[in-house]
Design a protein around this ligand. Structure first.
Ligand code: PLP
Length: 373
């Protein structure tokens, strides 16, 4: 048997189906698919191409460099970015028809100072995440400064937007508060003479559960990758995991009862058993926190991971199952090989599904099935 010893298989048909199901769910709102951080570890270029083909109205990334790189890969169509420190490649982004976000007056002024031509800009208000965006009086100053620049023909303001803090907890009181602050911020922009254009506030969990917050567009990341934003979120959209992480057994050995497994001997076998060696470790983004807490799929069944996860490799306890070097082990995915989901791994590791898929990289080979690739 040949093939990579460790691979992340990216199912672009599943991705396209998730985008289509989410588009149908949000009705008239436009959809921005978020492909930052190398498409949450799935590969931004093939994912972006699939998103456009699946009818995404917009693409979104965090940094200016991500946006410019996407353009260099051949991407065309509406594209927004939103996170920049001073000195970011604003001019290159404007040249490449990327829409930028201004989160402060200083940022607006820097963008206008370096713009090679009139830029299209969106304004971000902080409605309660205390992360990026203009807060309170700074929002008032930002809309005033943007209105002055727009009347002078120096900028075109195309949108006003914000981001939820607790949308994965639909009952959290912060959600209503943020939505109210957002509506007031939009009113304030209008009063200052800025027609807000595209108004958007919702991420995946809000788009799934909160119709009142859809406005003109929703920004969808994690749900498009088929990872539920949280356990037990109540919604009717069927999502299929896009990433399957798997490896092939590099060694299989019978060990006697009383054998210590991996660094620190965190597990000592209580019986004779078969240990399988999987060539994936924290160098590939498998969390050390997963040690002794997760299962993997093997021949349609879940078997436990045992011992501390190493840099390059991890062990699984195959019991008395027949197993051979080269056999496939599926760490997480849609469940076709009995494997748990990325969300199961996240729960076991005390983290979020977002982190499990996004951190996968290192020596993992990505292969693509389906889609336009
Ligand atoms: C990452 C991000 C999103 C996507 O969030 P999901 O929860 O993955 O849907 C949307 N908006 C902004 C500003 C983001 O940074």
């Amino acid at each position: 048997m040949t093939g990579p010893q460790a691979e992340a298989v990216i199912d672009l048909d599943a991705y396209a189906a998730n985008v289509a199901a989410l588009r149908a769910h949000v009705g008239d709102a436009q959809v921005m698919t978020v492909v930052k951080a190398d498409a949450y570890g799935h590969g931004s270029v093939p994912v972006a191409r699939t998103a456009r083909a699946a009818g995404a109205d917009w693409l979104g990334v965090a940094t200016v460099d991500e946006a410019v790189a996407l353009r260099a890969s051949g991407d065309v169509g509406p594209l927004l970015c939103w996170l920049a420190a001073p000195g970011a490649a604003f001019a290159a982004a404007i040249d490449a028809d990327v829409e930028l976000t201004a989160s402060s007056v200083a940022q607006l002024e820097e963008i206008l100072a370096v713009a090679p031509r009139r830029p299209r800009l969106q304004l971000k208000v902080d409605t309660g995440l205390s992360r990026n965006g203009a807060l309170g009086a700074e929002w008032s100053r930002l809309v005033e400064a943007a209105a002055v620049a727009q009347s002078a023909g120096r900028v075109e303001i195309t949108g006003v937007w914000s981001h939820f803090a607790c949308a994965d907890e639909p009952q959290h009181p912060a959600n209503d508060r943020q939505e109210a602050v957002f509506r007031a911020a939009v009113d304030e922009a209008r009063a200052a003479g800025i027609e807000p254009g595209l108004r958007h506030l919702s991420n995946s969990p809000a788009a799934l559960t909160r119709p009142s917050a859809r406005f003109d567009l929703v920004r969808l990341g994690i749900a498009t990758y088929g990872v539920p934003p949280a356990r037990d979120l109540d919604h009717p959209v069927e999502l299929r995991p896009v990433m399957t992480l798997r490896g092939r057994l590099a060694a299989v050995k019978r060990v006697p009862a009383g054998s210590g497994i991996s660094y620190g001997h965190t597990v000592v076998t209580d019986r004779d058993t078969t240990i399988g060696l999987v060539p994936l470790g924290y160098g590939e983004g498998v969390p050390v926190a997963a040690s002794n807490r997760v299962s993997v799929g093997f021949a349609g069944e879940q078997v436990p991971q045992v011992g501390r996860v190493c840099m390059d490799q991890l062990m699984i306890d195959l019991g008395d199952r027949p197993a051979r070097v080269g056999d496939v082990v599926t760490l997480f995915g849609p469940g076709d090989d009995g494997e748990p989901s990325a969300l199961d791994w996240a729960d076991a590791c005390g983290t979020i599904g977002y982190e499990i898929v996004t951190r996968i990289g290192g020596r993992v080979v990505r292969s693509y099935v389906g889609g336009q690739s």
